[in-house]
Design a protein around this ligand. Structure first.
Ligand code: MET
Ligand SMILES: [Zn+2]
Length: 751
């Protein structure tokens, strides 16, 4: 008989779907980086990892059932690949650990796995490569060991694995796979190996295993659902299975999975509340009083306190369906920082409205306690509202987000700033040297006075302008030396934002970000960038682009208030940017770039919600950028690949020039743009700045020729894929020299 039955019938219990795994003080980050630089051996790394796992269990032990296996040295999708031995031959090394990091980070011998965004979040996972001949083999050691670590402490534990369907849907075909091969074709082979892993967990004492299938929170085809049923039908062994969604409603997948014999679900009741109705309609025989229902009422992706009254009401509805209900988080708590208790400098009233991972566990425990608190969420304080912003938005006339037609603007812009065919430019940032970072840190800590800091930054701007003039670029940038981060820089200057001291969240591997908290109405109190741009322009005859971050990206990379629609918050940010854009124009800036690299990231997982997203996202961008005269050019910049699903939105931004990451996709995006009736100019990235490699000039010229063939010479700009802040001058100088040379060569051909 199994010893763990996570949810005793009738009694409401507590659990969570996963926990931050980098350590409260980013201990794992430091250990990883020490290991990679050769300062810490494998045993030392394992000791640090064990300490982080122990800390996770310490925190989680307040729950009736703890999730296990959600620790990761780098990424949980990579862990899943190793659990089934789906390791590309080029990444196999002497030890499993070395293979793991070769796949994650690459080395001299092999490129790493591709990295991409995890659903609609800012977490990045590694994309497994699966071919027809990938040999799956069960490696249950990590899952079993982490389960036993929890059991040894006397905790009731539920192992968590990435499910087989999502694993294959997140994978891409291996390079040698035939054109019609899809990773999901391998579902049966993979399910067999999952059975072995599940059985190994069962032998170790697990009665219930959670298989996360976040990919089933997206629209799935009939075939994909059939493949899901086929896999899950194989799992009716001794061990019970709950399927976790975590990123929206599971929808029709609920019935498919129940029919295939799954014993229950972990529901996202923050974004997927419609699953409650779906379950109510399903009822018997699909849902019974024995069905496990993990009620994800505590938001795993945002940091606001839970409305306990509303959560309790949702839980009660589930209890009317089943006796086995547990209170849980909506997704893994991976996406939130560990502890609010270390934040001492938050604005008045904010801390009591926030919950980080530890506080979320307290909320879960409180909700599972029949006598626990059931408070509704308090209204935001009046002081966080800005009547002027609200009135201004309400009074906007319907055409406030429109400019004159592109053709008229293009003519006016060409007359104001004559440029050669295929103008050359960069995306904004120049290398952030160690010395620059040191100056910013010293200034922040009060060790460098404002005047010295400004002088240091001005010197950097002057050096960056001189570099660009020397290289012969056509449209210059100031280089962004004063910006710590493209969102935080603005958040620090706008009202309604707070920054945290230690609110770190894993972005990928050892890299963490500290998203600002957007809690109140947003307004600009003074110009934010004009001084730097104007100074840069004073040093050169060439045009200098103004450089701003767009509303969607500011929202995507912050923790955003959830007491009003995102669209309303985006419009407030847009108005603040609109004033900045106008001030830049008034200061003589002829070209203003508003970056939206996160445009795709916020795209809803379900197609039904996408049109509304595209509407508000593009409207807020246009609101930010449409306040200028026709002769002022608005550029935008998009990166992070795979724009297929937002191609229409790119046209709807109505920018005059769009620079877009394209070098790795071999300019494919151009045909897509053309099909989406995008008619203004494009700067397809011709240099992959994610790699230290210096591209040859003729390689970049070849890419530009493709672009010219697709769009005509009048609509093409030459630029890198993204900003240069992570690169070194030794790479930047020859690469940009080559870019200028390439543009000149192609320019001569089209003249
Ligand atoms: C992630 S997009 C970055 C754009 C920004 N202007 C830069 O050059 O760094
Ligand atoms: Zn970029």
């Amino acid at each position: 008989m199994n010893t763990t039955t996570a949810v005793p019938a009738g009694r409401l219990t507590s659990t969570a779907l996963g926990y931050p795994r980098i350590g409260p003080n980013r201990e794992l980050k430091r250990a990883l980086e020490a290991h990679w630089s050769g300062r810490l051996d494998a045993d030392g790394l394992e000791a640090a990892a064990a300490a982080v796992r122990a800390g996770m269990l310490d925190d989680l032990s307040v729950l009736d059932t703890v999730p296990t296996g959600t620790f990761s040295l780098y990424d949980h999708v990579l862990d899943a690949a190793f659990a089934v031995d789906a390791v590309a031959p080029r990444h196999r090394r002497e030890t499993a650990l070395a293979s793991y990091f070769a796949a994650a980070r690459g080395d001299d011998a092999a490129a790493p796995l591709e990295m991409t965004k995890w659903f609609d979040t800012n977490y990045h996972y590694l994309v497994p490569e699966i071919g027809p001949d990938t040999e799956f083999k069960a490696n249950p050691d990590k899952a079993v060991a982490e389960f036993l670590e929890a059991r040894e402490r006397g905790l009731d534990a539920r192992p968590v694995l990435l499910g087989p369907v999502s694993f294959l849907l997140l994978a891409k075909p291996a390079a040698n796979a035939p054109a019609d091969f899809r990773p999901l074709d391998r579902i049966v082979d993979l399910a067999v190996v999952y059975v072995e892993i599940i059985n190994a967990l069962g032998r170790a004492g697990a009665g219930l295993v959670q298989l996360d299938e976040p990919a089933l929170c997206a629209d799935r085809t009939r075939e994909e659902l059939a493949a899901t049923a086929e896999a899950y039908l194989r799992f009716n062994e001794d061990v019970e299975i709950v399927v976790g969604g975590g990123y929206g409603p599971l929808g029709v997948a609920l019935e498919v999975l129940r029919s295939a014999g799954v014993e229950g679900f972990a529901l996202d009741l923050v974004r997927g509340r419609s699953d409650i109705e779906t379950l109510e309609e399903l009822q018997s025989p699909h849902v019974s009083r024995e069905t496990y229902l993990l009620a994800g009422v505590v938001d795993g992706r945002n940091i606001w306190r839970t409305d306990l009254a509303r959560a309790a009401a949702d839980i009660e509805r589930l209890q009317r369906i089943s006796d086995r209900v547990a209170v849980s988080s909506s997704s893994s708590l991976l996406h939130v920082p560990v502890d609010l208790a270390v934040e001492h400098d938050l604005p008045e009233g904010l801390a009591e409205r926030l919950a980080f991972a530890r506080q979320k566990l307290e909320e879960i425990v409180a909700l599972a306690d029949p006598d626990g608190p059931r408070d509704a969420r308090p209204e935001s304080p009046e002081a966080w509202r800005d009547a002027a912003v609200r009135e201004r938005l309400a009074a906007l006339d319907p055409g406030a987000d429109r400019r004159v037609p592109y053709a008229d603007r293009a003519a006016a812009q060409a007359a104001r700033v004559p440029l050669p065919a295929i103008p050359t430019t960069t995306i904004g940032s120049f290398p952030q040297t160690a010395e620059l970072r040191k100056a910013r840190a010293a200034h922040r800590q009060g060790l460098m006075i404002d005047a010295d800091y400004r002088a240091r930054m001005r010197a950097e701007v002057a050096a960056v302008i001189a570099e660009q003039e020397h290289l012969g670029l056509d449209v210059l940038v100031h280089g962004e030396p004063e910006r710590n981060d493209m969102v935080q820089y603005f958040a620090e200057q706008l009202t309604g934002f707070a920054t945290t001291a230690a609110g770190w969240v894993q972005s990928y591997g050892s890299r963490c970000v500290r998203p600002p908290v957007l809690y109140g109405d947003v307004a600009r109190t003074a110009p934010m960038t004009v001084e730097w741009t104007a100074y840069a322009q004073s040093l050169t005859e060439k045009p200098v682009k103004g450089m701003l971050t767009g509303p969607v990206t500011i929202l995507a990379w912050s923790f955003v208030r959830d007491d009003q629609p995102l669209a309303d918050t985006a419009d407030q940010v847009a108005l603040a940017l609109r004033d900045e854009v106008r001030d830049l124009e008034a200061a003589g800036t002829a070209i203003i770039q508003v970056d939206e690299p996160a445009l795709r990231e916020l795209l809803p997982v379900r197609a039904a919600a996408r049109a509304a997203y595209r509407d508000w996202a593009t409207r807020s961008f246009r609101l930010a950028t449409s306040g200028v005269r026709p002769e002022t050019a608005i550029h935008t910049h998009l990166c992070y690949s795979e724009f297929g699903e937002v191609i229409d939105a790119i046209s709807a931004l109505d920018a005059d020039v769009t620079s877009i990451e394209a070098s790795r996709s071999k300019m494919e995006v151009l045909t897509d743009l053309d099909r989406a009736r995008y008619r203004s100019a494009v700067g397809p990235g011709v240099w992959d700045i994610h790699s230290p490699r210096v591209p040859a000039a003729d390689e970049m010229a070849a890419a530009l020729r493709l672009a010219v063939a697709a769009l005509g010479p009048g609509r093409v700009w030459a630029n890198p894929d993204c900003g240069l802040k992570t690169r070194r001058y030794e790479e930047v100088r020859p690469s940009l020299a080559g870019l200028v040379e390439a543009a000149r060569a192609v320019r001569a051909e089209v003249a």
